[in-house]
Write a new protein. Structure first.
Length: 400
């Protein structure tokens, strides 16, 4: 299947437009990283605490801020999370609020600050981060309201938690809501051990400062080593200039993608690093397809200039590029639009990266190859330069 046949677009003739586009977005990202938002690292790298809280009713962020201030958590960041009707909030604590000695300190401070009317001797059943299967089952076994075998309380505990988590999104308004799933004696026993508040802690991510620093270093090394490995691979498969052009193009993609996160002030997490590494491979694969066609055409079109060969090669692979990149883009766009808040950063990196990665294969890597080859020919005073041709013992010479 082909969308474009016999196209003859002068891509290299538009190289200055491409260069302007790349400069604008690259410089904007660099300026944002240096002077505006910096590189917005997530808790995975900077260390700290993230607590995801679900409320029964629409949360009042100002009231939450006031409660946290009373508890001494003055630097907490409070943001709405997920869809508006889900009443979810994420509370972020800086690194200084998270110590290696007690990683759960910040989380417990948040829970205690939000728990404005605790009932002594009872536990908040909505706090799924603390109240799980074991807590509910043990409470029922200890009370033994049905005078039954403990295995029966296992089933009841699972039924209660499924009702809380699957039917009510992790938060129930009242203990009486459980009438629909348990007998009255069991409900009365539950009321003796548990109560409901207007919120529940869904989950918490806690990273100590040492672990955060190690993850940052490892993420940087992972991206750096992947670029070096690609350079070496293309050096052996083609020539050094091919590898350099491809790595520059991939570095260009990574810079613009990270810059997009800085400009939009979205946090870079481990999942975003995974997306960036995916894009390194994706962009490199697209570049190799173009380079491979250039290498084939060098042997077939010896009388043409390198610029003409490169233009012809890009046009020949254009249909393949549009099909593969277009379908991949639609997939990741769907993930971005419908994947939810958890996958938002990952899918955003893929959406930006696939657009820029496809663009750079045509607008960055190929023009750089031609520019270097022409400069090399002028510097040597020769009218032809050597380029590898597949299956050839020597090197083909291409007129420039």
């Amino acid at each position: 299947m082909e969308f474009f046949r016999n196209t003859n677009i002068d891509f290299l003739g538009k190289k200055w437009y491409f260069l302007s586009f790349s400069l604008i977005f690259s410089v904007a990202g660099i300026l944002s990283m240096l002077f505006w938002h910096g590189i917005p690292l997530g808790v995975d790298f900077r260390g700290g605490t993230l607590v995801y809280v679900k409320f029964v009713n629409q949360p009042n962020l100002s009231a939450i801020r006031a409660e946290l201030d009373k508890a001494g958590l003055h630097n907490a960041t409070i943001q709405s999370y997920g869809n508006a009707g889900e009443n979810e909030v994420v509370i972020k604590l800086d690194l200084k609020e998270t110590s290696e000695a007690d990683l759960s300190k910040g989380k417990n401070q948040i829970i205690n600050a939000l728990e404005t009317n605790p009932i002594q001797g009872k536990q908040n059943i909505n706090n799924s981060d603390r109240i799980g299967f074991t807590a509910v089952r043990d409470a029922l076994v200890a009370a033994d309201p049905l005078h039954a075998d403990p295995s029966q309380y296992d089933q009841l505990a699972r039924r209660i938690l499924d009702f809380r988590d699957k039917d009510h999104g992790g938060v129930i308004k009242s203990m009486d809501d459980l009438k629909a799933v348990v007998p009255d004696p069991v409900l009365n026993a539950l009321k003796q051990a548990f109560y409901t508040s207007d919120f529940g802690v869904r989950s918490a991510d806690i990273v100590g400062p040492q672990v955060g620093g190690q993850l940052k270093k490892q993420a940087t090394l992972a991206v750096g080593f992947s670029l070096i490995a690609m350079l070496v691979y293309l050096w052996f498969r083609f020539e050094m200039i091919y590898g350099v052009a491809a790595v520059v193009a991939v570095f260009h993609d990574t810079l613009i993608t990270v810059g997009a996160f800085s400009l939009t002030n979205q946090e870079i997490t481990l999942t975003v690093i995974a997306a960036i590494l995916t894009l390194v491979g994706y962009s490199m694969n697209d570049t190799i397809v173009v380079f491979d066609r250039i290498r084939e055409n060098v042997k077939l079109m010896r009388r043409e200039s390198l610029a003409e060969i490169v233009n012809k090669s890009i046009n020949q692979t254009l249909s393949r590029t549009i099909l593969t990149s277009g379908l991949t883009f639609l997939t990741v766009l769907s993930l971005y639009l419908f994947g939810g808040e958890v996958l938002h950063g990952f899918s955003f990196a893929l959406v930006v990266g696939i657009i820029i990665g496809t663009y750079s294969s045509i607008a960055v890597a190929a023009p750089m190859l031609v520019a270097y080859t022409e400069w090399r020919a002028k510097s040597s005073g020769r009218g032809a330069i050597p380029l590898p041709a597949p299956g050839a013992k020597g090197k083909a010479r291409v007129k420039v």
